[in-house]
Ligand binder design. Structure first.
Ligand code: V07
Length: 264
């Protein structure tokens, strides 16, 4: 009896969600969604828990949102997991954060493989602790042949550093006489960014009510739709993600056209 009641309680939202996914899929799906996963510390504070408890809960949200993004047919999901500024946090918190990729992957890698997800990373890989690098590299290798959704983690990523490295590479080519400065255009710059192989994000979501970019994909987000939600990342669920995509679908994308690009 109890089992039946519990099933009824959970099956109905599942069916509604499945219907919503089907309806969302019949319209234009953003190819690339980028998310700033903010509010983990605040989620923990509200519950009198240590910040690391919020980070751990946030990791479970990563799993939920990756799965539904893949179900909706999103081709690339970029998640801002650790910024170059995050090194300023207390050492114990950093140590905990650096263990999350290993924990996440030892729990969920089989599931990602089953979903045909390809794991990738942008950011300065070399400066991560070796146990973190090893976990991520193993996941990248194990999923390299997958051709479903790309789950792209921004780890030790900062957009200004990315642009500095890009400019240094291009300046070197110019100094060596391999290119002429007049050949520097958008496509050359893009080819020297960490996202050179990915489409530009169509949608940026930031959770937890902060309305800032915080050094995230400054070049790549030039034409993206932005969505800021007050929901804290650990509370951001499948329904929130579907609603974000539905909202995206109602916005008219007019970039490059004469009308309504906001600069005339
Ligand atoms: C982290 C959980 C999500 C909220 C934001 C802060 C804490 C998953 C990963 C991860 C990274 C690379 C990878 C597999 C998983 C992760 C960090 C923090 C540093 F290949 N969640 N998560 N990495 N949080």
């Amino acid at each position: 009896m109890l089992g039946k009641l519990m099933r009824k309680k959970t099956a109905e939202p599942d069916r509604l969600l499945a219907e919503e996914i089907a309806s969302v899929k019949s319209r234009h799906i953003p190819a690339h969604v980028a998310i700033i996963m903010d509010g983990n510390g605040r989620w923990a504070k509200k519950r009198n828990l240590p910040r690391i408890a919020g980070h751990h809960e946030g990791m479970k949200t990563v799993r939920k949102i990756s799965r539904i993004a893949s179900d909706m047919g999103i081709k690339v999901l970029t998640l801002y997991a650790f910024s170059t500024e995050n090194w300023k946090r207390p050492k114990l918190e950093i140590d905990f954060l650096m263990k999350l990729p290993g924990e996440f992957l030892s729990t969920y890698l089989p599931e990602l493989i089953e979903q045909n997800v390809k794991v990738e990373m942008i950011g300065n890989f070399e400066l991560l602790p070796s146990h973190t690098k090893n976990s991520i590299q193993r996941a990248i290798d194990a999923t390299a042949e997958n051709d479903g959704m790309t789950l792209n983690f921004a780890m030790n990523y900062g957009s200004r550093l990315e642009l500095i490295q890009c400019m240094q590479e291009i300046a070197k080519l110019a100094a060596e006489g391999k290119i002429d400065p007049s050949e520097i255009d958008e496509s050359l710059i893009e080819s020297h960014l960490m996202t050179s192989h990915l489409p530009e994000p169509d949608l940026l979501i930031r959770t937890s009510g902060e309305v800032r970019l915080s050094n995230f994909m400054l070049w790549q987000l030039a034409y993206a739709e932005f969505s800021f939600t007050d929901v804290l990342w650990p509370d951001f669920d499948e329904q929130c993600m579907v609603s974000e995509i539905k909202e995206f679908q109602t916005r008219v994308r007019r970039f490059g056209s004469v009308e309504g690009d906001g600069n005339t």
